[in-house]
Ligand binder design. Structure first.
Ligand SMILES: [Zn+2]
Length: 384
């Protein structure tokens, strides 16, 4: 029976069992190899690598080894517990100053529990200088500090850092693992659980959102409305512009609150009585603005890619031609397009779409990329 705090780690039996042995060892002050001071969690997007790290942090400081209900567990997850620090990416990278601050705070030791836990999400985004600063801390571990690093793959992390960490890899959960979880833990019925599991493509947060968050469904519906509206060159260009605008609006929703809070906090920290900003204050504000812009750009890309990923599952359904479809709620559109077009045309577009998603990570124009996809989709949607 595993700790409650690990319940959301769907399909990660091996990872959970390693973490549970570590917790038992830590609790019993065992000198065995199960517990160590630095861990690296890798896994594809949506597999839950940072949730695994946060759950481990909670289980280490919770008096009941991760009950998932007490204040320690709750605040550990949020990063507001005095002994748990969660470092996420502010801008596009984690800078040396941020790592230095975390390292110097880690020297304080734990205050309420036995450990001081530092979670670094996206540690693949550390600058080289930041990575070297972290490496020094890992080489001279303090007895109380536990480092939990997260990255998409092992190759994203410097070998010198990698070699200091115990590595745990999370796999993409299968559709049936996700479906079981949604039924057991979220009380979904079998039909909606299976649809959510297929649509999410192994992304557990997406599957949960599909069931629980009405805005998630509204967003998905709107994305497919754009796609189905594409029947000519003109409508392809209009739909592309709308999709980009939509991605920007969604990114705005996701960032505005946090941006405002950050700016206000920084401004009040920089205020020195009636004389206005302290020296260097203007620069600090400018730097923050730059970081926020970089974050916004990253999230817009993320939004566009999310839509394109939905389109690619749709094209895969069209290619298959018969169910069970990933997007079973769109079966009439899938069957129409599938019956009106040759499989060669659909598979060529699917390949093109994956190239387009790849180009989205570069500085290529997002609008032109989306247009180029819609222009190729128009004849398929027309049946010509
Ligand atoms: Zn607890």
């Amino acid at each position: 029976m595993s700790a409650r705090v690990f319940e959301g780690l769907v399909g990660q039996t091996a990872v959970i069992s390693a973490l549970e042995s570590a917790i038992t060892a830590a609790r019993e002050n065992s000198t065995g190899q199960e517990m160590t001071h630095a861990w690296l969690f890798t896994g594809p997007p949506g597999s839950g690598r940072s949730n695994a790290a946060k759950a481990f942090a909670a289980a280490l400081i919770c008096k009941n080894s991760g009950c998932g209900e007490c204040d320690d567990c709750r605040t550990a997850f949020l990063g507001t517990h005095p002994d748990v620090e969660i470092l996420d990416v502010n801008g596009i990278s984690i800078k040396i100053d941020e790592i230095r601050e975390v390292v110097s705070r880690s020297a304080w030791g734990a205050s309420l529990s036995k450990w001081r836990v530092v979670v670094i999400e996206d540690c693949d985004r550390m600058t080289e200088a930041a990575a070297n600063a972290l490496l020094k801390a890992l080489e001279e571990p303090s007895s109380q500090t536990i480092w939990l690093l997260c990255a998409p793959t092992l190759q994203d992390v410097l070998p010198t850092i990698r070699s200091r960490c115990r590595h745990l890899n999370l796999k993409t959960p299968t559709a049936s693992e996700i479906s079981n979880y949604l039924q057991k833990s979220l009380g979904a019925n079998i039909e909606e659980a299976e649809l959510a599991a297929r649509i999410s493509q192994g992304h557990i947060g997406k599957a949960r959102g599909f069931l629980k968050d009405p805005s998630f469904n509204a967003k998905r519906k709107k994305s497919f409305d754009f796609l189905f509206s594409v029947k000519s060159e003109g409508s392809a260009i209009t739909a592309a512009a709308k999709l980009i605008e939509f991605a920007n609006e969604n990114a705005e929703l996701r960032t505005s609150e946090r941006n405002e809070k950050e700016s206000e906090e920084l401004k009040s920290a920089l205020q020195s009585g009636a004389r206005g900003l302290v020296s260097g204050g203007a620069k600090a504000l400018k730097d923050l603005e730059k970081d926020q812009k970089a974050r916004f750009t990253r999230i817009v890309k993320d939004e566009i890619d999310g839509v394109l990923l939905d389109y690619s599952t749709f094209l895969r359904d069209c290619l298959a031609g018969q169910g069970p479809f990933i997007n079973s709620d769109l079966s009439s559109e899938i069957e129409r397009i599938s019956s009106q077009n040759k499989t060669g045309q659909i598979s060529a577009l699917l390949i093109k779409l994956s190239e387009i998603r790849e180009s989205l990570t570069t500085n290529a124009s997002q609008l032109l990329l989306v247009e180029s996809f819609f222009l190729r989709f128009a004849p398929l949607n027309n049946g010509h």
